[in-house]
Ligand binder design. Structure first.
Ligand code: NZQ
Ligand code: ZN
Length: 397
């Protein structure tokens, strides 16, 4: 049965070659006059994109200041630095040039400047809800997190090791510029991680026990098959523009809620479990998801069997005439084979992480605290379930 839903995807998308030249005009149209440009470790400068974007702002008479040095698994101290800079220059608009890390940093700064007398970290601790936020936009350089159209923002508090998210449509980007050309310089590991992350955003919404619609399932399955096909192409041929374009657009559709309409809001426990790995070991997000998903899937498959069977048949192309439990397992194995085929890990050892029993317990406790209580749609996970998932994920079965 289809559940009621709200679908709100207001981000204006400018997609394709040369679209970065539109940035100034769009920013002006959305009311920007003093912009803080947020970027990462330097890839956007090396490719020349940053300069083009800043020239496009200047051509529209928009003043801009830079905040560089955002790291993957972006940190709270950079957010505070951005808030101070934003206050100093009285910025009225945030523009990220980069991936999820730059965009999420821009979103968090925008929250901080929207309520300048409050500590922004409270939003990530969920002790209050955001009431105000400056406008944000993105010029995307990696197909992965989907932050360019999503309402989420994920920040790591480097002092406590907590990686936490805040979700509100206040921070949804006003516009997103996506030129696939600029993703050709991505290292293979980042391309692969991005493709897994995109798939997981749809899979988190697919493996549910509440509410389903055929149209949503069909969109999700088509998206998953398309990303897999093009991820394999990009592993072999990183400069394939059309394959870059396919995954870039898929990345936005996978996380703007389209592939969750009519269900119960999704599961998202693979993400929650991975965020603990990110907080403790600073792993690349998509690779972390690839490493934890098979163990999660085997832990919950019997509680959500029809969805695992459908995934195996419609996404992974399993045709074997065997009992449902075996079909589900074949689907999970096919996902592992796909991940390995693009250089992604399927367990923690392959990810390069060896948590002790104590660390596993700490991650499970922290994950439960972040969730508030046993959470999940495929299965509500207890602390013991989480410990089992991390433990079984340690190495190949
Ligand atoms: O910092 P630079 O020099 O730009 O290098 C980055 C970084 O090292 C590099 N890169 C990006 N574009 C490139 C490039 N290198 C060469 N050429 C390019 N065109 O790639 C590395 C990863 O960048 P990052 O922004 O961290 O990637 P991603 O988009 O995967 O973002 C990951 C972050 O987003 C969060 C993740 O948890 C993680 O913190 N997520 C955000 C979500 C959201 N806001 O909706 C949802 C996701 O589930 C996710 O949790
Ligand atoms: Zn993700």
């Amino acid at each position: 049965m289809a559940y009621n839903f709200e679908f709100y995807a207001p981000t204006k998308v400018l997609f394709g070659r040369g679209m970065e030249e539109e940035t100034g005009r769009q920013a002006k149209a959305f009311g920007a006059s003093r912009v803080l440009v947020v970027y990462g470790g330097g890839s956007a400068r090396r490719s020349g994109l940053l300069e083009k974007v800043e020239s496009a702002l200047e051509a529209e008479g928009i003043a801009s200041w830079e905040l560089g040095g955002v790291v993957p698994n972006p940190r709270l101290d950079k957010v505070y630095e951005g808030i101070a800079l934003g206050k100093e220059h009285q910025v009225d608009f945030l523009l990220a040039v980069g991936g999820g890390s730059a965009i999420d940093t821009a979103k968090a700064i925008a929250y901080g400047l929207g309520e300048p007398d409050r500590d922004v970290w409270e939003l990530f601790q969920h002790t209050r809800k955001p009431q105000n936020c400056l406008p944000v936009a993105a010029v995307l350089t990696i197909a992965a997190a989907g932050s360019e159209t999503s309402k989420s923002c994920v920040i790591t508090n480097e002092k406590t090791g907590e990686k936490r998210s805040c979700g509100s449509s206040l921070a949804r980007p006003r516009f997103a510029v996506m030129d696939p050309e600029y993703t050709k310089t991505l290292p293979d590991y980042q391309t692969g991680s991005g493709c897994v992350d995109i798939m997981m955003h749809t899979m988190e919404r697919y493996f549910t026990n509440g509410g389903n619609m055929e149209i949503t399932d069909a969109l999700a399955e088509g998206l998953l098959r398309t990303v897999m096909e093009n991820a394999v192409k990009l592993h072999r041929q990183p400069d394939d523009y059309d394959a870059r374009a396919e995954v870039m657009w898929a990345g936005s559709l996978a996380h703007n809620d389209l592939t969750g309409c009519g269900n119960d809001g999704g599961d998202f426990m693979t993400h929650k479990l991975e965020h603990e790995l990110g907080g403790m070991f600073d792993v690349t997000h998509g690779a972390g998801l690839a490493a934890i998903w098979p163990s999660w899937a085997r832990q919950v498959q019997n509680d959500c069997l029809p969805r695992f069977v459908r995934f195996a048949r419609k996404v992974m192309g399993i045709t074997a005439a065997v009992p449902d439990e075996e079909v589900a397992e074949l689907g999970i194995q096919a996902m592992e084979d796909f991940c390995r085929s693009i250089g992604m890990p399927v367990n923690l050892e392959e990810l390069g992480v060896r948590p002790t029993d104590r660390q596993i317990e700490e991650m499970a406790e922290s994950c439960l605290a972040a969730c508030g209580s046993s959470t999940g749609s495929a299965k509500k996970l207890t602390k013991e379930d989480m410990i089992r998932i991390y433990t079984n994920a340690r190495a190949a079965r």
